[in-house]
Design a protein around this ligand. Sequence first.
Ligand SMILES: Nc1ncnc2c1ncn2[C@@H]1O[C@H](COP(=O)(O)OP(=O)(O)OP(=O)(O)O)[C@@H](O)[C@H]1O
Ligand SMILES: [Mg+2]
Length: 273
Amino acid sequence: MAKASIQIIGVASGKGGVGKTTVSINLAVKLASLGKKVMIFDADLGLANAQLALGIRAPFNFSHVMSGEKTLSEVIIDGPSGVKLVPGASGIQHMASLTGTETAGIIQAFSEIEDELDYLIVDVAAGLSDAVMAFMSACQYRIVVLKNEPYSIADAYGTIKVMMQHNLDRILLVPNGVESQKEGERLYTSINSVIQNFLGGQVKYLYSISADDMVVRSIKASQPLVTYAPTSAASRDFTQLAKQVMALDSEVPMSGKIQFFVERVASQMANRD
Ligand SMILES: Nc1ncnc2c1ncn2[C@@H]1O[C@H](COP(=O)(O)OP(=O)(O)OP(=O)(O)O)[C@@H](O)[C@H]1O
Ligand SMILES: [Mg+2]
């Protein structure tokens, strides 16, 4: 049987600091521990958040690929449970200025590792920059992380609105820092009804992540929560979240084409006003 196609999942929020990196790395490590081949692309410009959260140090990053000093395989590093990481760099911002040959080289590099992957998780920066939208457009699924707080809800709604204006669908909500699954489900129901009424679209609920002090402790310990405290409440939530992700329909357009991801990011960046 042919190998299932790769799933490319972007993780965005709107407001910063609501848990994108926490969700990205713990989802990735959990999927990996469930036997999936997973890579994280740290697309948060400037801040090398993901490697800190994974407890690994990368000597090189994506900017070295962009500058031609390193190949993609040379900058990829291994993290917990066999998760791979493409370390972030501010160089990603300059994807628009890549020449055709450079873009082709990067696309080629991504397509060479495609066969080895089930999931590519793209941890983007906060806000709604061109780069963020370019990455989110290029993904097959878009996770929006939000907290049950007015500013986070407003920013998540704003992010979803812009995504829908770009005709992006398959938007998945992950409430973070909740006291109960019920709280997360209620938050989803209310935001989804506003979206239906004002934007005429729908978002899907994935799963909520509990507020858990172990998250903070795992970050201090430079380890993903799911390996640092596997029996904690939030870890159990990440197990459920990973199962929800694995249950997503994999038959979506562009599946199996990691090179389309890079191609679309590059062309979006080049075509912006
Ligand atoms: N479920 C949780 N329970 C408790 N604390 C949490 C939880 N999720 C995140 N945090 C706290 O919130 C902080 C910010 O999380 P994280 O770095 O994942 O957010 P982010 O959205 O990636 O931020 P940025 O926009 O800066 O990239 C963490 O350092 C941690 O202290
Ligand atoms: Mg982050």
